[in-house]
Design a protein around this ligand. Structure first.
Ligand SMILES: O=C(O)CC1=CCC(=O)O1
Length: 272
């Protein structure tokens, strides 16, 4: 599979990288690094927060060939090495970005210090559904997804409370390259790591939204159980009142959960 080129934005304050632990944050399908703005403003004082974009989304170049989730994980390690060569990092990702996190844990566990998988699962949706969506978007463009995405992404009332932020997120979808979006759908169609979760040994938290119909709390429990069955450390947490975009909908809660995991891992490493 082709390895797509990825780019990232620094969301923490401008300063030389390396004095603070590195946190790499990944987006969901149709969104961009904007998804992480609020969490980064809460964590950016203590951590270097870098958010990457999917191919053809945000600042990443369009994809010209198919890729799978494993290739996205490999490309992300290349990206980290271009920013902070050889550095180990904490990773957090939402939905497809969370799937990339699971592949990082499976394929590149030695590079991860912790893993926060949010609104995601070891398998998301059905291959048929993703292939149908890929075809729709390839022929009609990403704007055709806006109405349905708004319903899946946000809990009732969020768009009324946060019109500007929700519209910035939906603009990321509108502005995404249709072919790259379709390749992402095809990557999700082929993604199923339910039998590989036992290979993840990095400390992991799995965050679900109680109102998420795409990646349900049961899917988060399944990920955590699969990791612990292999001897790893994982906990699943459900946040009430939110749907599919935890860092946008509950930034303070997500930042607290991430900070607990990261500071536990960092203090454990410092004590060794
Ligand atoms: O269906 C959506 O748009 C939500 C979603 C599924 C996978 C992903 O990354 O986002």
């Amino acid at each position: 599979m082709a390895k797509p080129a990825l780019k990232a934005a620094l969301l923490s304050p401008q300063r030389p990288l390396g004095d603070h632990p590195l946190v790499v944050a990944g987006p969901s399908l149709g969104t961009s690094s904007i998804l992480w703005n609020r969490v980064a403003s809460l964590l950016g004082h203590d951590y270097d927060v870098v958010a990457w974009d999917l191919p053809g989304h945000g600042v990443s170049p369009v994809a010209t060939a198919a890729f799978d989730v494993a290739a996205l994980a490999d490309a992300l390690v290349d990206l980290v090495d271009s920013i902070a060569p050889g550095e180990n990092f904490h990773y957090a990702g939402v939905s497809l970005g969370g799937a990339v996190g699971l592949q990082l844990g499976i394929r590149h566990g030695e590079r991860l210090k912790s893993l926060s998988v949010q609104n995601s699962g070891a398998k998301i949706g059905t291959p048929e559904g993703w292939l149908e969506r890929a075809e729709t978007v390839r022929t009609q463009g990403t704007p055709v997804m806006i109405q349905g995405s708004a319903q899946r992404w946000f809990a009732p009332g969020f768009m009324d409370r946060e019109p500007e932020f929700s519209s910035r997120l939906l603009h990321s979808l509108r502005d995404a390259d249709r072919f790259s979006y379709a390749f992402c759908c095809e990557a999700l169609a082929a993604f199923d790591v339910r039998n590989e979760l036992g290979g993840i040994t990095v400390p992991t938290q799995v965050i679900a939204g109680a109102l998420d119909g795409v990646a349900t709390p049961a899917m988060a429990e399944e990920v955590a159980a699969g990791i612990t069955a292999g001897g790893g450390t994982a906990t699943a947490v459900t946040i009430e009142g939110i749907a599919h975009l935890a860092p946008a909908e509950a930034p303070a809660h997500v930042a607290d959960l991430m900070r607990s995991l990261i500071s536990w891992v960092e203090s454990r490493a410092a004590a060794k």
